[in-house]
Design a protein around this ligand. Sequence first.
Ligand code: ADP
Ligand code: MG
Length: 472
Amino acid sequence: MTNPDRLWDTCADSLRTQLGQSTWLAWFDGVRQLSGGDEPASRTGTGEVNRQVVLSVPASVVKERLEARYMPMITEELGKACGGQVKVRLTVATEPGLSDESVLSVEPPPPGAAARTEATRSTSPAAASTATALNPAYTFDAFVTGPSNRFAEAAAQAVAEMPGSAYNPLFIYGGSGLGKTHLLHAIGNYVHQHFPHRRVLYVPTETFLNQFIHSMRTKAQTDFKQRYRVCDVLLFDDVDLLENKEALQEEFFHTFNALYQSSTQIVLSADRPPKQFLTVDDRLRSRLLSGVTTTVEPPDLETRLAILGKKAEGIDRSVPPDVLEFIATNIRHNIRELEGALIRVTAFANLNEESLTLDLAEKLLADVVAGNQPRQLSPAMILAATGELFGFSVEELCGASRRRSLVTARHVGMYVCRQLTDHSYPMIAREFGGRDHTTVIHAINKISTLMAERRQIYEQVIELMRRLQAGG
Ligand code: ADP
Ligand code: MG
């Protein structure tokens, strides 16, 4: 039999092989055996040894994760190693300096620390905007995994649970509408909820660029630097926008380095690998790739079905499986379009109190299915068509007036822009008069709900999309 003090070491190799290197490093690396070498705790009726093994883990997040997911595997392996049944208990290591994660998630911060955090929060514009800049609907729970995105999700989850220590930087790339922004927000939402005194900053590269230009103009460079250098988790979305912007790449490199050296967790997304859009600096490229790089790919049919099923749960009506299957089979490349199609058919059925059948779905989505190669549309075209449909000028749509009918038109335009172009929230925000991207998130959520409640809104959205697709 294995030396009872070394049971864990004995199973480590086998576990590592079964789990894969990345999972092992994220969750098992700091696990140690505390006890288990004692006399057997009891003997069962059949004479089998029933031993208790106590393992120490570096943080309570690790403990929760191992308990939730890996206990049967651990128990089985330890059982094999000692030739009998074992009972496994996990305990969070308490030695000072071993880990601060456990302290963070188990105990609230001391009163002084909380006050300090609050104080910095209220004085720092970057921190103040943190919570609202995240879309609360983009969580890990709402993210469906499949072969196309499993590793990206696991890496994002590991980063969220142990910011700054698992994978740094984490670089996620892949095509439009495949969940990159969703994963970045999910990390942000998770950290925000579980480590409230850690500061998360979600920065669309578009915003970074605008603030950079603004700081150059107003000579407020120190503010600019400060804003980005006071956070614990920085989520940089769409960094491919750095392409052809050399001064910005330079600034980005300095910001990145400063953060990296202070162990800030950095997560980046792009639509391509860095070598395809970073032109000035090899150092920056290799830095971005020095952590973990992972991709999101178009989901297979099964995953598309699962995603639709999940989105349908949030809708106040049941969607028959053949309708889900029809949508999943016909819309293949973009999850945003999948969602859009689902909203379209469920909203229609709701408004007309009709039952949602395959026939109806086929009819409603005929254009989407037939075309499947949408026309290239620009926000300018969408703004013009929106103005025309609602009887407003583009200036009015982009202006500041909050007149009700105008606000509705603006929001419908933003929704359609999200549906028919690859533009990110901040890009849409800029096109609609330089607003904040959170306004766009809000508008899109609102319109997708209103479509099922107000016939007029539904018809305006569909009509606007129809005109744009038809090129009229
Ligand atoms: P990207 O940033 O890659 O262009 P987004 O993150 O904006 O894509 O995703 C587009 C839409 O698809 C979002 O509404 C998002 O919630 C949804 N989505 C993407 N991937 C998934 C997934 N795996 N599970 C559930 N929803 C997803
Ligand atoms: Mg995105």
